[in-house]
Design a protein around this ligand. Structure first.
Ligand SMILES: [Zn+2]
Ligand SMILES: [Zn+2]
Length: 336
């Protein structure tokens, strides 16, 4: 079957891979219909991903229909589903505590094992979430939004002021779900262009948006006492460290993006605020369901988030282009 394979950094091609073969107990076979491309896919292509063995079939933001339910209770051929791509062991402390998203040995489709930019894929039925009323194209956007929904759930706040730093796709997802949770959202980004795009996408729903070199000072002016919760979605260690100063006394700092470097901060500044510092990793099926229900309720500006579309065959041409030039790009969807 046709599969998009990243052979090594800088080399991506449409190749042939064998069919999934005999299904293990509890696994089902899917026909993949749509896949979203995200930062991870571009990083894999660019060789920037810290732990990746090549060659790899990329793709982890997936929707499809079940073609063989393999006798698994509650599933049947034809069911429309979203894939939760975080395959957990079920046995480690995190898994036993209901946190498969941070399983000690989590295997992410399209990263640790071959993903879904292909025609058919076998996955554990436990990793499927019914797509509800969503078109399968829209269903492929649930995963990246679930990252934002998870970060907001980690913050555990239903009111107050939120600052989202970083106006890329993940930051936009955080902003949408912070707004849905009842928070007053401010977005900041060093790129005035991205802020302008965010303003178009979020409309009046996200309060004031700030960009440019002056962003940090504008943020302080807007909320001199700091924000009840600050979310970092920059992927930049300098920005993460700067973000501590924007947290209000008694406030919370949620680190959504991950960097390779050490993060340092002033302990007196941290302690005098009694700040809660929270990591947010991946998402759980509960977050996926929340995203699907929010889309069904018309609360997510999906059409504005889906900026680009391509086909499985065209990914080897389009993905390298978009990796280099992300102007105007939020989410690219691949039709399979
Ligand atoms: Zn992704
Ligand atoms: Zn585990």
């Amino acid at each position: 079957m046709k599969s998009v394979i990243c052979r090594e950094p800088g080399i991506i091609e449409l190749g042939q891979r064998g069919e999934p073969g005999q299904l293990a107990e509890g696994w089902v076979l899917l026909d993949i219909h749509y896949a979203g491309l995200c930062g991870t896919d571009y990083h894999i292509y660019e060789g920037k991903h810290p732990f990746l063995e090549y060659p790899r079939v990329i793709g982890h933001e997936l929707s499809g229909t079940i073609s063989d339910a393999n006798g698994v209770d509650g599933f049947k051929a034809g069911d429309r589903v979203v894939v939760n791509p975080y395959l957990a062991c079920g046995a480690c402390i995190a898994c036993r505590n209901g946190k498969p998203n941070c399983c000690e040995v989590v295997q992410v489709l399209g990263v640790h094992r071959d993903g879904g930019l292909c025609e058919r894929l076998a996955v554990p039925a436990a990793n499927l979430v019914p797509a509800g009323d969503l078109a399968l194209r829209d269903a492929a956007m649930v995963e990246f939004l679930a990252i934002g929904a998870h970060a907001v759930r980690r913050a555990g706040l239903g009111k107050g002021n939120a600052l989202v730093v970083g106006a890329g796709p993940i930051g936009l997802g955080v902003a949408v779900f912070a707004w849905i949770a009842g928070l007053d959202v401010t977005m900041a980004d060093v790129s005035a262009e991205r802020i302008e795009q965010s303003r178009e996408i979020l409309g009046g729903e996200a309060g004031i948006l700030m960009g440019g070199d002056d962003a940090a000072r504008q943020v302080r002016r807007r909320q001199p006492g700091g924000f009840d919760v600050v979310f970092d979605a920059t992927g930049n260690s300098r920005s993460i460290m700067d973000g501590f100063q924007h947290v209000a006394h008694g406030g919370t700092y949620v680190l959504v993006s991950v960097v390779k470097d050490d993060i340092t901060f002033s302990d007196p500044e941290f302690h005098k605020r009694e700040m809660s510092l929270i990591g947010s990793r991946n998402a759980t099926s509960e977050d996926f369901r929340h995203v699907i229900a929010s889309i069904e309720a018309g609360l997510v500006p999906l059409e504005k988030l889906a900026t680009h579309e391509t086909t499985l065959e065209a990914v080897p041409d389009d993905l390298p282009r978009w990796a280099h030039d992300k102007r105007g790009l939020v989410k690219a969807l691949v039709r399979i």
